[in-house]
Design a protein around this ligand. Structure first.
Ligand code: PAF
Length: 283
């Protein structure tokens, strides 16, 4: 497994493989790898000739009062896990090589970035589109793999790639969960054992929404109100949103007539957690 720090070196490797006609997969990460990330790597390994992973805690996607400085940085352990999976290349740059002095150009965000996270994490998606486009330029792979746990992020990236004609295919991969339903997240490691139990309130509320819709409830506001109640009763300290929206555009809907996505962002202890569930109507 090659480990490189400079954009030029990452580009040279990937461009070289592409010129030889090989299919290359890219898995962008912020490190602190868990089974969710590893499932993206495994998917890339199964579909591509070469798999490259980036590890970079991107400062521009964190708000001033968010967890950038305490975000877990576990490079040695990450590299060990990636090497065990036979990853071909890891790009682990320093901050200054991606954001040198004088950096000032940000990628805009599509409409789908506006609701939900867009309301609660102002400028977050401009940081995401900027770093993801940079990584796609530095690592010109055939396919880039992202987890569906960051459902809105995936929608934003898909739109950016389409709108800006970025020559890469975007693959969304299912959320990986612990056996009790908790979605895997690098931020789960902030939780105390008690908080870890409380964090199950997110998957419980999503399952509740799916059951309510399966049993024929169609009034979105009523289901959302019950989700909020369930979140608070089961350990959420505060809720940024618990919404049911259109699965493609994340726009509001009032009555359920087709597939939807339920999305939650809630704080447990001091940790902000997100989760979602796509809900299809049963025939
Ligand atoms: O999902 C993440 O880990 C990050 O938002 C990403 C896509 C690697 C960009 O920094």
């Amino acid at each position: 497994m090659k480990i490189v720090e400079t954009p030029d070196s990452a580009y040279a490797h990937i461009n070289g493989w592409r010129c030889e006609g090989f299919k290359v997969g890219l898995v962008p990460t912020m490190g602190a790898l868990h089974a969710g990330h590893l499932s993206l790597v495994e998917r890339s390994r199964s579909e591509c000739d070469y798999t490259a992973v980036s590890i970079f805690v991107n400062p521009t996607q964190f708000g001033p009062h968010e967890d950038f400085s305490k975000y877990p940085r576990t490079l040695e352990d990450d590299l060990r896990q990636l090497s065990n999976l036979d990853v071909d290349l890891v790009f682990a740059p320093q901050n200054t090589s991606l954001y040198p002095d004088g950096f000032s150009c940000f990628v805009g965000t599509p409409k789908v970035a506006q609701p939900l996270e867009g309301i609660h994490r102002h400028d977050h998606f401009a940081g995401v589109t900027t770093i993801v486009l940079k990584l796609m330029n530095i690592m010109p792979a055939n396919v880039a793999y992202f987890g569906m746990k960051d459902y809105q992020q995936l929608a934003v990236i898909r739109r950016m790639v389409e709108d800006l004609n970025v020559p890469i295919q975007v693959a969304g991969c299912p959320t990986v969960r612990e056996s009790d339903g908790l979605a895997m997240s690098s931020r789960n490691r902030y939780l105390s054992p008690e908080g870890r139990q409380k964090a199950l309130c997110l998957s419980k509320a999503l399952n509740f929404a799916a059951d309510a819709i399966a049993s024929g409830q169609t009034a979105v506001s009523e289901i959302e109100a019950s989700m909020q109640k369930l979140l608070v009763e089961n350990g959420a300290d505060s809720i940024d949103y618990a919404r049911i929206v259109d699965p493609d555009w994340l726009t509001d809907i009032s009555t359920i007539t087709g597939p939807v996505v339920a999305l939650i962002a809630a704080h447990v202890e001091k940790t902000r957690l997100i989760d979602n569930r796509v809900i299809e109507l049963e025939n």
